[in-house]
Design a binder for this molecule. Sequence first.
Ligand SMILES: Cc1cc2nc3c(=O)[nH]c(=O)nc-3n(C[C@H](O)[C@H](O)[C@H](O)COP(=O)(O)OP(=O)(O)OC[C@H]3O[C@@H](n4cnc5c(N)ncnc54)[C@H](O)[C@@H]3O)c2cc1C
Length: 519
Amino acid sequence: MKRHKQLRKAKADIEWDIVVIGGGASGLGVALESATRKYKTLLLEGVDFAKGTSSRSTKLVHGGVRYLAQGDISLVLEALRERGLMRQNAPHLVKNQSFIIPNYEWWGGPLYTIGLKVYDMMAGKLGLGPSVHLTKEETLEALPTLKEEGLTGGVIYHDGQFDDARLSINLAQTIIDYDGVAVNYTKVIGLLKDKEGMICGVKAKDVIDGDEFDIRAKAVVNATGVFTDEILQMDEPGTPKKVVPSQGIHLVLDHDFLKGDHAIMIPKTDDGRVLFAVPWRGKVVVGTTDTMIENASLEPRALEEEIEFILNTAKRYLTRPPKRSDVRSIFAGLRPLAAPEGEDKQTKEISRSHKVIMSLSGLITITGGKWTTYRKMGEDTLHNAVILAGLPERPCQTENLAIHGYTKNIDHNDHFYVYGSEAKEIKEMIENDPELGERLHERLEFTVAEVIWACKKEMAMTLDDVLARRVRALYLDARAAEEMAPKVAQIMANELNKDTDWINQQVEEFTEIAKGYYL
Ligand SMILES: Cc1cc2nc3c(=O)[nH]c(=O)nc-3n(C[C@H](O)[C@H](O)[C@H](O)COP(=O)(O)OP(=O)(O)OC[C@H]3O[C@@H](n4cnc5c(N)ncnc54)[C@H](O)[C@@H]3O)c2cc1C
C-alpha cells in the first residue's frame, strides 16, 4: 500500500465506474463493495483513513441494546447480523466481549434478562453467546471494582469489540487487494458536471504537494461523515443541511479501574444515555456523551461538562472514583446523524439508521449509520450507484469476504495480534534486528518496528497518522504519545526520506493535536 503508486493510478486518464469521497467507515464500505464486484473503484480521503469519526468510536460491534429498548427492531436485527459478519470476516480485529449490566433496582434483573434473551434470539446463528442472570456475588466476582452498596445482581451478555482505525487500514488494503485504488491526503475540492448538469467527476487536490487534477467518473459517492454538507454545497449551493453532528467523548483510564475482562454497561444514565466502561488494549475506555454541535471539525474537543458528566457517572459505580489526573487520554468524535425531516428531535432520539440520498445532479450521499453496519451501508449505497451509472449488475461479494489480515489464529495477549496474519512479518523484522523490538515509551508496548511497518506498508504520511491511528498511542496515553513524538518522527524521517525541518514541523503539529487529548 504505497501512496505514490495509488496516487499515480488515481491520476490516470481513465473514467472510473465509482469514485468515493471520504475514507471513513462509510466510504471504505462503499469502495470495498464496489472493488470486490470488479467495478473500477477509486476512494479519495482528504486527510488520513479514519482521521474523522471512524477512529473515535466506542469500538463496539453491536446490535445496540439501547435501540432495542427504543423499539427500533429492524435496526437491531440488521446490526446484529452485521456484527456477526464483521467478526466472521475480520476475526483478528473483532473480538467477543462480555458486558455486565449491574442491577441496583429489584426489577432490573428480570427486565434486562428478558430483554437480552430477545437480543440473543435476534442474533440467531451469528450470536456470540447466551446472556445469563448473575447473583450479587457472581457480579462482584466478575467485576471486583464495582460498588457493592445497593447491588442486587447483574446480567451478562455479549457483543463485539474492535480497533476502529486498524480496521480502516485493513479495509483500504482489501480494496487495493481487489484492484481498487485508495489514497489518503487527496481532497475533493470541486465536482465536475456535464452539459446537462449531471455529475461526471471530481476535482481533487494532492494535499501533500498541492497538485490539482480532474478525475472522471460514472458515479460519485459522498461519504464524508459530518462534512457531508460541504460536498452538497459544492453540488448545489443552498442545499438544506442533511447531517446533524452529535459529539460523544470517551475517557481512557488504566485497567486497574475495572480489572478483569468484562465490560460494564449502564443502561440509563442521568441524561438517558447508556454508559460503557470497556477494557481495550490494556486500558479502559469510558463513554460516551451525546451533545449537539454546530460546526464539524477534524479535531473536536471534549467539553468541560462532558468530562465532568463521565467522571461523575463512573464515580457512582466504581469503588475507586476516577479523578481528572487519572485520565490517560480523552477523545471526542462527531456522529454524522442523518438530519430528521421537519421534527425538532434531541440527537439521542434521532435514528441511527443510515440514509442514501440521491441529488438531482446524480450525486449519491450516504449519511448516518454506524461502524457496525459499514458493510450493509456500502451494499445499499452501491445498489443506487450501479443503477445510476448504468453499470452491469453483479452480486454482492462482501458477506463472506476475508478482510486483509484475516486469521483465526489469535492470541489476544500478544501485543501484535491486531496485525492478524501480518504479525509474523513484524516479529520477523524484530528477530532479524532486535533493536526494532525496542519500546517507543516505557508506559506503552508499541515498538520501533511498528513505525517502520506503518510507513512501509500502511501509507502513514504524518506523525499523527502513526501515533493516533497505526499505533493507538494518542488514544491510550496522550502524554506518552507526546513524549515519544520526536523519536517516532526521526524513525519516520529515515523511512520517508525527510529532513530536519520536516521532523520539527511534524513534532510541532502533533504536539498541538495531543494537547486536546489530555487534561
Ligand atoms: C462518540 C462515538 C461513538 C461511537 N461508537 C460506535 C460504536 O461503538 N460502534 C459503532 O458501530 N459505531 C459507533 N459510532 C458511529 C461510527 O463511529 C460512525 O457512524 C462512523 O465512524 C462514521 O463514519 P463516516 O465514514 O461516515 O465518517 P468519518 O469517519 O468522519 O469519515 C469521513 C471522512 O471524509 C473525509 N473527507 C471530508 N471531506 C472530504 C473531502 N472534501 N475530500 C476527501 N475526503 C474528505 C474526512 O477526512 C473523513 O476521514 C460512534 C460514533 C461516535 C461519534
